[in-house]
Design a protein around this ligand. Structure first.
Ligand SMILES: Cc1ncc(COP(=O)(O)O)c(C=O)c1O
Length: 480
């Protein structure tokens, strides 16, 4: 069994084994004609159930054959141009190379003595990101597992910085279409059920600052403490960007911590054409960025950035075995003092490889392309009487709904759209997402693949219309 340990004596076996795996994936990517096979839970479950984990196959090729059967064949492939569902991007090759290197070397980014150069590389990428945002000389941050964790940490810091010891008095303001992790964070932070105040959005799904001002004033009048305002720079469903400069003004006026959830919109930090859409982000106290959404990085790759590095101390604990106080005096850098995690992947290496091979403009151009594609998609939908499209895109999502000519009952139209999404998924021809707008079921394209074309979008819309019509036809038959 020692032959499986990766070390000086097994380097050749490592090369063979990993190459074998890469060959399979490369073959798969080259021949995948649909984003999904349409496999059902019922069909796949027994295949996995029947595998006895106490009876190993003892042979890598045999395990890869088995993996084909239980995973690779039926996985959902984000690189396919007709995968249009969630905020999953196709990944860039330099980042995948970084992933292979980081898991083989297996540095842990908590301390210098488990990572050495890794710590410095992560720090440099954090500095690069804070400079792109414009957070100033005293900024800092840390890589996290994702936007959910970044939001949680930002709100933890905001809570600690708030001027009260009474958690029940604290209020967080976020738009009604902000990410659910804001509410989840409030719960995890021990804040009350009413702690998150939902601020209405305008027609373009951007936070209404007049309403925010009203809520902040009410908060002050009630003797409560405005702990934080979460501005979303790229809402999950609509890609809408809250008015950051106006929100910054209000935060200043009411002494609230300004957090910008740019999990999705952070791609604009590298944009060649559209950086100005997130102007005002530089006034934030903290920012969430998900490189695994709009920087074409594999999951996970995210960071939380702060304007004032000293606020990160709220996540610091000293353990004698790991990061004793004397290390600070000895000026030995570590990242665990800034993180909610202890042992932590060197995810930063993926972004490092990406920036060193492609450059920031390379990433920014790809993101610009999907933003442009969304505009084309919007034109397509706006000109098509079969569909109702919700907002003109600020980033790269499109929310729309099939509207049949012969049916006016909104509930029946809901069912037709839900059916179309399911039927499309089952066919594997394309994958789209769904959401609710004003209580009604809508469909969603999330465009993160520059390989997707206008023709792809048009073809998928035709498929949706076809499935919806089929449902409505069958529904009529059922009724008659
Ligand atoms: C705006 C926004 N914030 C936060 C998150 C959570 O990010 P993650 O899934 O990386 O935890 C998402 C995920 O879609 C998001 O869209």
């Amino acid at each position: 069994m020692r032959s499986h340990l990766l070390n000086d004596t097994t380097a050749e076996s490592y090369r063979r084994s990993v190459t074998e795996g890469i060959e399979r994936v490369a073959a798969k990517l080259a021949t995948t004609t649909r984003p999904f096979t349409g496999i059902t839970v019922d069909a796949l479950t027994p295949r996995i159930d029947e595998i006895d984990l106490d009876k190993p196959l003892l042979d890598t090729a045999a395990v890869l054959d088995e993996l084909e059967d239980v995973y690779l064949r039926d996985a959902v492939y984000f690189h396919h141009p007709r995968y249009l569902a969630h905020l999953n991007c196709p990944v860039v090759i330099p980042a995948v190379l970084g992933e292979a290197i980081l898991s083989a070397v297996n540095s842990s980014l908590d301390t210098w003595d488990q990572s050495a150069g890794g710590t410095l590389i992560e720090r440099k990428l954090i500095d690069w990101t804070t400079a792109r945002i414009g957070l100033g000389e005293n900024a800092d941050g840390v890589f996290t597992s994702g936007g959910t964790q970044s939001n949680l940490q930002a709100l933890l810091l905001a809570r600690e910085e708030a001027k009260t010891d009474t958690a029940a008095e604290l209020r967080i303001f976020a738009s009604e279409v902000s990410h659910f992790s804001v509410k989840k964070s409030a719960k995890l932070l021990g804040l009350g059920q009413d702690s998150v105040v939902s601020v209405p959005v305008d027609h373009d799904k951007r936070m209404q600052t007049v309403a925010l001002a009203r809520e902040l004033e009410r908060c002050r009048r009630d003797g409560l403490v405005p702990m934080a305002v979460v501005a979303t720079a790229g809402t999950t469903d609509f890609g809408s960007i809250d008015p950051l400069p106006e929100i910054a003004e209000l935060c200043e006026q009411y002494g609230a911590w300004m957090h910008v959830d740019a999990a999705y919109g952070c791609g604009l930090l590298a944009s060649v054409k559209y950086r100005d859409r997130i102007d005002g982000i530089e006034r934030a106290d903290s920012v969430t960025v998900d490189y695994h959404k709009s920087f074409f990085q594999p999951v996970s790759s995210s960071a939380v950035l702060v304007r004032d590095s000293s606020t990160l101390r709220h996540a610091t604990y000293h353990a004698e075995y790991l990061n004793p106080r004397r290390m600070v005096q000895e000026r030995i850098p570590n990242q665990v003092d800034k993180s909610l995690q202890t042992t932590r992947r060197f995810d930063a290496l993926k972004l490092w490889m990406t920036l060193r091979v492609m450059g920031a403009d390379g990433i920014g151009q790809l993101f610009d392309e999907v933003c442009d594609l969304a505009v084309e998609g919007w034109k397509l939908l706006a000109a098509d009487p079969r569909f109702d499209v919700v907002v003109e895109p600020s980033l790269s999502t499109l929310v729309f709904r099939y509207i049949p000519t012969a049916v006016t009952d909104p509930a029946e139209i809901d069912r037709a759209n839900l059916y179309a999404r399911k039927a499309l998924f089952a066919s594997g021809d394309a994958v789209v997402a769904g959401t609710k707008v004003s209580g009604r079921h809508y469909l969603k394209f999330t465009l993160l693949n520059p390989e997707t074309t206008v023709d792809d979008m048009a073809a998928v819309l035709d498929l949706i219309a076809g499935h919806a019509e089929q449902y409505l036809g069958e529904s009529l038959d059922r009724a008659s």
